[in-house]
Every structure is written in C-alpha cells, then in structure tokens.
Design a protein around this ligand. Sequence first.
Ligand code: AMP
Length: 284
Amino acid sequence: MQIIRDPDALGEALAALREGGGTIAFVPTMGALHAGHMALVAEARARADQVVASIFVNPTQFGPNEDLAAYPRREAADAAMLDKEGCAILWAPDAATMYPDGPAATVHVSGIGEDLDGAARPGHFDGVATVVARLFDQVKPDFALFGEKDYQQLLVIRRMVRDRGLGVEIIGVPTQRDADGLALSSRNAYLSDEERLAARTLPRALGEAAQAIADGGSVAEAIEKARGRLEGAGFESIDYVELRDAATLLPMTVLDRPARLLAAARIGRTRLIDNLPVNPPETS
Ligand code: AMP
C-alpha cells in the first residue's frame, strides 16, 4: 500500500491504478480505525478492483468546543490495518493540502443536513460535505462507502452527490457493534470503564423502542421510555431521540413507511450517536 500526502503523487498513483480500466472504491475516514471502518474496506474490495482509503481529521467538521485536539490519531497502526485488508492507496493529506487558503468555498446541503446533528452541531455537515466533495475531486472514485452508523451523514452525502451530479455511487454499510451492542466508534476510546458500561444502554434503549414501535406501540411513548432509560443510565444530556422517515429524515409520528430511530446523547465528555431501522409490518 502506498501512503501518499501530495496531490500530484496521488494523481499519478490513481492513473496507474486505473490502467486497464479497473474500478476504484473509496473509503474516507478520520483514522483511529476499528472493525467498523474495516467493514467498509471489505465491502469496497467486494465492489471494485482497487480500494483507496483516506485519513484526514477534518477541522471544519468540528465545532469550536468539540474534540478536534483530543481526537485519536494513530496513523501507523491504521496504515497496517488498511494494508492487511488489501487497500492500494492511503491518501493522508494535511490541512494545508486540503485547504491551501482556508476553506472558503463550502458546500451546504439544506433540508436534510440542517436538522438533528445539523442543528445540534452547527456547521458540522457543511464541513463534512465540503471535505467529501474535495476528496471526491481528488480521488474520482467509482464507488464510495459510508457507514449507517452516521446515518444522517450518509443521506447528506447521497443528496450532495445527486444534486451536484458527481457520478459517484454511494454505498451504505450496516453499523458494526461490540458484543454488548454498542456501535463501534473512534470516540468510544474517551469512555471510562464506568461510562463504557453505561453506554450500552444506548443501543438497548433504541432496540426496545424500535421493537415497541414496530409492534404497533405509540411512537411518542416509546421515545419517552427510551429517553428515561438513557437518563437513568447516566446520560447527562440527550440531543435527540427521534423517529424519522428513512429516506428523507422528515419527522414521523405513525409508522406508515420505512423509518429510522436516531439518537444522540452525552455521557461524561463523550457524545454518542446511534440509529436503527424500524419497518412497518409487511402488508400483502
Ligand atoms: P469516521 O472515521 O468516524 O469519520 O468514519 C469513517 C466512516 O466509517 C464513516 O462512513 C462512518 O460512518 C463509518 N463508520 C464509523 N463507525 C462505524 C461502525 N461502527 N459501523 C459501520 N461504519 C462505521
């Protein structure tokens, strides 16, 4: 695997990869890789002839009081994991390469990017959409893979690609979880032992609420109960627990079409997010 930091060198390496007409699948990350990221790489390998991954801890998607400085960085270990999974190129630019004169030309995805995490983390999805557009310009992939763990992000990127006609096929990969159900996340490293134990309440509360709603229970009651469970487990603040249309993320009060139950809550200094599909019973 080549580790590349210079845009011209990236262009040359990509041209070599494309010789013979092979396809390229791209996995953008912020590093501190775990089995969730590796599931994206495995799916990328299954879809395309060559896999390119990137590691860039993108400053513009962090708010002023967020964890940019503390975000875990361990490129050598990440590179070894990607190499082992058959990645051909690791694109690892620095901020000056990505934004030579600062990030002035930003991408804003209105509607779907303004709610939920867009509201709780102002500017977050502008940062994400801008850097992903720039990465797509650089890598020019045929496919790009994103985790359902960041469900709203996946939809924001799909929308951006469609509206801008970028011609990249966006593939969502199911959330990878620890044995107790907690979604894998680079941010789980922030959790103390006690917080880590309490954190499993997030997938459990969501799972129970999703089941209750799928069984025909009241959406409002299921959500209220999930919020109570999170508070009881020691989550200090809950940004949202919401049932949304799985395609548009518009609010839903009755399960009459495929939905997603999404939550974001803080435990200690760590903000965790998770989501689950909720589907109405099949009608024939
Ligand atoms: P990040 O490095 O956190 O920016 O994540 C890079 C990509 O990995 C994003 O598309 C995430 O949605 C995806 N990802 C992160 N955690 C998981 C997980 N537990 N399961 C599946 N995909 C994940």
